[in-house]
Design a protein. Structure first.
Length: 493
């Protein structure tokens, strides 16, 4: 079964190569859809295997650990693979009708699959340098996807996106060099094994701070987030949706992985910093969203505020808090992707994303209004949707840790999140339309399907939250007690 771990990388790579060979537009859509379906199914099989058999490890070549290129999947990795596969499948359906011919001509689908390969590689790798490599694969693919089309607004957003993420990559590589110079290894399990009681050295603490900055930029935490709202609203909606749903969560995943595995014994040094970052990220993101009047820019700022809840779970650093962070990541990927897709349907109908130019959609498209309310209420934490349980677990863990200021901030940010969602509802759906449409534009079936599937997933997670809570608790137990991960990766040691 361990050989299956290569498939989340091989499937998007093979799909991208096949897409470069067969350039006919309709055929490309079919090939990409089949590839994304296989990717989703394989990710579910990997999740099932991890649940029943424990941590899975694959070493490439005949080199012994820690020298071999190693892939390792524990529960958090398996959950991230499964939700990214689900998102990829839905984006593939949505793009059938939403992606224009010009972008298809210049390689949208191959680039999308290379991006997915980079995302999955980051979730799979057990090596710090290879994590850097997969981040670079993501960066190259995402930059071209963002700039694809060549519009002035896109190029401006893409340059800001590339510049800040390139700086993050330099910092990441510098930290990697320091760690390798100190330890002679970059295998994450081997680093955890070797460092043991050696976390007090200045070089190791320096590398920890550098990685916090690098991953913080990629996760869009305060004060390193300003590239995100300047860029995520500029590309086509299908691109914005997968960026908003997945890319920042890879940065959060990297933070959780490194600070529960490599630097786990020195969490007291970094914990106060994480608390400050979490609180300011929540507040600055939600205030930014409240001040905006562009549909996708509001959603972009809300990515930032919700990242704050995930960082708060890491900062509290208890099994319940880590489980809450894992649950929150999983829920937010689905909800945020869905909200971006809804914004694309709104733009398809009325040709604008400015709230002042929109209106009347509740009467014309009541199903669309309902499909907006489901992820919007979930983002705000309304029961019984998935967002309620995500916020509840994180806030409950803060209460148990007596972090009452963070509890207050989290609750206030939740209320302000509802305010922003209410503003969108009022302006886009409830008020009378500014310029009545002569006819109701037909929404393609392929744009409805993913929005409905993701809304059902949000409801399902809420109604059957116990299942995801159980998986999140398993992930938290493995993260808080990494001896099983270390043993699985270094079993020959």
């Amino acid at each position: 079964m361990n050989n299956l771990l290569i498939l989340p990388l091989f499937i998007p790579l093979a799909t991208a190569i096949i897409l470069l060979i067969f350039r006919q537009r309709r055929l490309q859509k079919v090939i990409n859809l089949i590839g994304s379906l296989f990717l989703f199914l394989i990710s579910l099989i990997v999740l099932k295997e991890v649940y029943f058999e424990g941590i899975q490890v694959l070493r490439l070549g005949t080199w012994p650990p820690p020298f071999a290129i190693t892939f390792a999947v524990d529960m958090i990795s398996a959950l991230m693979l499964s939700v990214s596969g689900f998102v990829a499948f839905n984006i593939s359906i949505y793009s059938i009708a939403s992606m224009d011919e010009e972008r298809l001509k210049f390689g949208f689908y191959p680039l999308l699959n290379m991006l997915l390969m980079g995302v999955n590689g980051a979730f799979l790798t057990a090596d710090l340098f290879n994590l850097y490599v997969w981040f670079e694969v993501m960066l190259m693919s995402s930059f071209v996807l963002m700039a694809l089309g060549g519009q002035r607004q896109q190029i401006e957003g893409a340059v800001k996106y590339l510049t800040l993420n390139f700086i993050a990559s330099i910092i990441f590589l510098s930290a990697t060099g320091i760690i390798y110079g100190k330890t002679g290894t970059l295998n994450m399990a081997d680093l955890a094994y070797r460092l043991g009681n050696d976390f007090q050295t200045e070089l190791i603490r320096t590398s920890a701070v550098l990685l916090l900055i690098a991953f913080g930029i990629k996760a869009a935490v305060f004060p390193l987030y300003f590239w995100l709202p300047a860029s995520y609203h500029t590309p086509p909606v299908a691109v914005s949706a997968i960026f908003g749903g997945l890319l920042t969560k890879v940065g959060v995943y990297a933070l959780i992985r490194t600070f529960t595995l490599i630097f786990r014994m020195d969490i007291g040094f970094i914990q106060p910093i994480l608390y400050v970052i979490a609180g300011l990220t929540m507040v600055s993101g939600v205030l930014g969203a409240a001040s905006q009047f562009n549909f996708r820019r509001i959603l972009s700022f809300h990515i930032i505020s919700q990242i704050g809840y995930m960082i708060l779970g890491l900062a509290i650093y208890t099994p319940l808090a880590i489980a809450g962070a894992v649950f929150y990541i999983f829920h937010h990927i689905i909800v945020k992707t869905n909200l971006f897709l809804v914004s694309g349907i709104v733009r398809h109908i009325q040709g604008s994303e400015q709230l002042k130019d929109l209106g009347g959609l509740y009467r014309q498209y009541p199903l669309l209004a309902l499909l907006f309310l489901i992820p919007a209420f979930s983002l705000g934490g309304i029961p019984p949707l998935s967002g309620f349980f995500a916020k509840f677990i994180v806030i409950k863990s803060a209460m148990f840790s007596e972090d009452y200021l963070m509890v207050l901030i989290a609750l206030i940010v939740g209320v302000l999140t509802l305010y922003s969602m209410t503003k969108i509802w009022s302006e886009v759906f409830w008020k009378k339309e500014k310029s009545p449409l002569l006819s109701r534009p037909l929404i393609p079936f392929s744009m409805w399907i993913p929005v409905i599937l993701m809304a059902l997933a949000t409801i399902g997670i809420g109604l059957f939250a116990g299942t995801l809570v159980q998986l999140s608790e398993i992930a938290a137990e493995q993260l808080m007690n990494p001896s099983h991960y270390i043993e699985a990766v270094l079993w020959e040691k």
